[in-house]
Write a protein that binds this ligand. Structure first.
Ligand code: TRP
Length: 335
């Protein structure tokens, strides 16, 4: 029997290259080896976008099309919408007894997100909502309602997984050993840096190349990328290791071509403009087939609806089965 994998994405924006290299390529690999539940976490997205429901609604479909475009296969992966699985909300309530408020306040992921969202939650987090503080509890329900054993996440999510394991242990101690403790599956791709040299490529940082960006947008973004500041003239020798253009070449440029990029940069025989143009071309080569596949879904939106509908029905059935066992264990099985 295949092991069960579950992961989720908040539908707050389109996927960018950071998602593709950090997570997306992994999904495509894992879908052959595991029973894979992929959640579009709209309820979680609302915890910090409750005042912008249009954005969340629109991005459910956008992110689904992005995932299908990078090669997530709907015949292998159960793609579903979180809000359509009421058992998740129900289980969140049950779990909320098993976690202290102070523990949630100490969760490093929650802490750093609250610090980033000052306009929403106040300068010192004094306006944090009950819903946002509690989203790690709801994420534990996301994972365990499907019997998730393996969770592919970035390292920023590890405290949430630890919190989930704590809840599982406590549940099993009190109500009997019925839940599985999930383990993480860390992508071996390091976090992708931004074109501006920032440690992270992110939508909110304004330094991301989205999978749906057109040629002109990609060209503008790459042309603005940070290069070796000591290279003033076109034929100055430079250090590729401190250049964001070379950093991206390493991801998208074939090996022999890459060797030339590196040596020509070092000996000064390559100007930055030509080097950037070559990078643009190679990014387009990577993204063209993705955009092509995406277009098939854009042209047939009913196909996307059908995929989400089928994935959701499958996920809902699994959630119902597990909820029955959970309620029995908790002695609230009146049906
Ligand atoms: N918190 C995750 C993120 O922001 C998204 C998510 C929702 C998730 N539910 C999940 C990740 C369950 C792993 C497992 O990226």
């Amino acid at each position: 029997m295949k092991k069960t994998i579950l992961t989720g994405l908040r539908p707050t924006g389109n996927l960018h290259l950071g998602h593709l290299f950090g997570a997306g390529q992994n999904y495509v690999k894992l879908q052959d080896e595991y029973e894979f539940f992929l959640e579009i976490a709209d309820v979680q997205a609302l915890t910090d976008n409750f005042d912008n429901p249009e954005k969340v609604r629109r991005n459910v479909k956008e992110i689904t099309m992005d995932l299908l475009a990078i090669g997530v296969d709907p015949n292998k992966v159960h793609l579903f919408i979180q809000s359509r699985i009421p058992e998740i909300a129900e289980l969140t309530v049950f779990y909320s007894n098993l976690v202290t408020v102070s523990r949630l306040f100490r969760n490093p992921t929650v802490k750093s997100e609250v610090a980033q969202k000052k306009e929403l939650f106040g300068k010192d987090g004094e306006s944090i909502t009950y819903g946002f503080l509690g989203y790690p509890v709801s994420q534990a329900a996301d994972i365990t309602i499907f019997g998730g054993e393996v969770v592919p996440v970035g390292d920023d999510q590890l405290p949430l997984l630890e919190q989930c394991r704590e809840i599982v242990r406590k549940f099993n101690n009190i109500y009997g050993d019925i839940l599985k403790e999930p383990e993480q599956y860390l992508s071996n791709a390091p976090r992708l840096k931004g074109l501006d040299g920032n440690e992270k490529m992110g939508k909110s940082l304004g330094n991301a190349i989205f999978l749906v960006d057109d040629y002109e947008t990609i060209s503008k973004k790459v042309m603005g990328a940070v290069t070796d500041p000591n290279k003033i003239k076109k034929d100055d020798p430079a250090n590729p290791d401190i250049c964001m253009v070379y950093y991206y070449h390493k991801l998208v440029t074939p090996e022999d071509e890459l060797k030339a990029v590196c040596s020509e940069c070092k000996n000064g025989s390559r100007g930055c403009v030509a080097c950037k143009k070559q990078l643009i071309e190679n990014i387009n080569k990577l993204l063209d087939p993705i955009k092509e596949r995406r277009k098939q879904y854009e042209d047939n939106p009913e196909l996307v609806d059908k995929i989400l509908e089928e994935g959701t029905i499958f996920a809902r059935n699994r959630a119902k089965e597990n909820m029955k066992k959970i309620k029995e264990a908790m002695m609230i099985d009146y049906e």
